[in-house]
Design a protein around this ligand. Structure first.
Ligand code: NAP
Length: 249
């Protein structure tokens, strides 16, 4: 399905690979002008070149989402380049797994700083221009683990459950300015993040997924295009599960 995102200016964090790269590509294919953000400038440049050679519009800026000044610079750069901002996808995320008894407190802080505070920083940085425009679309990436928890992922699960509360609060605060805020909670998606699973874990995992397969980054990109399109104008404060049926409320 094609969504009309023509000339919508959308920031994507964690755009250098995996789900973020797929989201950026699909948004651009649907007409958006995408702003690619992550820490590794070389990887961003590669994505930008790929999009450019397909005739798609993008710019890129080195950004660490845990640093609000970086995000403010990315917002200023976007406004200087393209004049405004219509949406942001707060997708950047990491795992640093360990059992609680072994996990260093720094490891807990790091995952929260990038996954949860990074999304807060993203929302805060774009809010001013969106409020001025009386229009905006914000999407945060949560995870199935934020709903169900996981051994060895207390930091990650806390960050992704936090995203759901952050999304609802921001949705309530910004609704009167015609800004919608939603979350997408992927299940297990084939990216570098899930490459670490060994065969035994993979088999157990597949048994817990009703659709009996891992998802692809494209499965996530599709729902993001929908949520950023005018077809989703009346949806806010929601967490959409895209997980092959792992979580059913
Ligand atoms: P990935 O392949 O490891 O990619 C992570 C992306 O985040 C990279 O572009 C990375 O780029 C960026 N990033 C990491 N730290 C950053 C920081 N401090 N500032 C800016 N960018 C940063 O992971 P993925 O699987 O695509 O995951 C994307 C999102 O989906 C994450 O939020 C993840 O938690 C969520 N998710 C994934 C799955 C899954 O199964 N894969 C499931 C549920 C949720 P740089 O290294 O260049 O900064």
């Amino acid at each position: 399905m094609n969504y009309n995102l023509k000339n919508k200016i959308i920031l994507i964090t964690g755009a250098s690979k995996g789900i973020g790269k797929s989201i950026s590509t699909k948004l651009a294919q649907n007409g958006a002008k995408v702003v690619l953000l992550s820490r590794s400038i070389e990887e961003l440049k590669k994505v930008h070149e790929e999009l450019k050679s397909a005739g798609l519009q993008s710019v890129y800026k080195q950004t660490d989402v845990s640093n609000i000044d970086d995000l403010k610079c990315a917002v200023d750069y976007t406004i200087e380049t393209w004049g405004t901002i219509d949406g942001i996808v707060n997708n950047a995320g990491i795992t640093e797994d360990n059992l609680i008894v072994r996990m260093k407190p720094d490891s807990f802080d790091k995952v929260i700083d990038i996954n949860l505070k990074g999304a807060f920083n993203g929302i805060k940085s774009v809010s001013k221009i969106m409020i001025k425009n009386n229009y905006g679309r914000i999407i945060n990436i949560s995870s199935v683990i934020g709903h169900i928890g996981n051994k060895g992922q207390s930091n990650y699960a806390a960050s992704k459950a936090g995203i759901i509360g952050l999304t609802k609060s921001a949705a309530k605060e910004l609704a009167k300015k015609n800004i919608t805020v939603n979350a997408v909670a992927p299940g297990y998606i084939e990216t570098d993040m899930t490459k670490k699973l060994n065969n035994l874990n993979k088999e157990q995992l597949l048994n817990s997924i009703p659709l009996n397969r891992l998802g692809s980054p494209d499965d996530i990109a599709s729902i993001i295009c929908f949520l950023l399109s005018d077809q989703a104008n009346y949806i806010t404060g929601q967490t959409i599960n895209v997980d092959g049926g792992m979580v059913m409320h």
